[in-house]
Design a binder for this molecule. Sequence first.
Ligand code: 4BW
Length: 146
Amino acid sequence: MKEPPAKYVLQQEFGELIVPSSKVAHVQPDHSLEHALLVLIKSGYSAIPVLDRHYRIQGLISHTRILESILGVERMEFDTLHLRRVEDVMNRQIPSLRQTDTFQRALELSINHPFVCVEDEDGIFLGILTRKAILAFLYRYLRNME
Ligand code: 4BW
C-alpha cells in the first residue's frame, strides 16, 4: 500500500501513539521525595509526571532533581527525603499537548523532551507521548514509503 505524503502525516493527530494514563507512573505534588524516589526506582523511569488529585498536570519529577535537592556541603542528606515534598523540587516548566494537536507539533516537542504529557480540553491528563512511540511511528512510515 502506498504511504501518504509526509506533509499529510505531519498534519495528522497522534492519538493512537499515546501511552494511556492508566499505564503511566506518576506522583502527586504533596507526596514526599522519599515516595517519589521509590516510584521512580520501581517503575524504572528516570522522570515521571506530577499530577494533582484531579489528574491535572503540575510538572515532572526526576532522579536528578531529587538528588540535587539533598546535596549537602559534604554529604547527601538522604535522611531528609521524607521531609521534603515533590512540589518543592519538581520542574514546572514543561510543555503539554492537546489530543487535537498535530503530529508535527508532537515531533517538534520530542526533540528536546523524552516525553510530553497529553491533556484533554478541560486540562485533564490523558497520557504521555514518548520519543520511542514517535520514532517507531516514523520508522514504520519511512520503511513503507515507496
Ligand atoms: O521500565 C522501562 N520499561 C520499558 N519498556 N522501557 C524503558 C523502561 N525504562 C526505560 N526504558 C527505555 C525506553 O525506551 O529507556 C528510554 C528512556 O527512559 P527514561 O525516559 O529516561 O526513563 C525509554 O524511552 P521512551 O519509551 O521514549 O520514554 C521516554 C521517557 O518517558 C522516559 C520516561 O521519563 C517517560 N516514560 C515512558 N514511559 C513511562 C514514562 N513515565 C512514566 N510511566 C511510563 N509508563
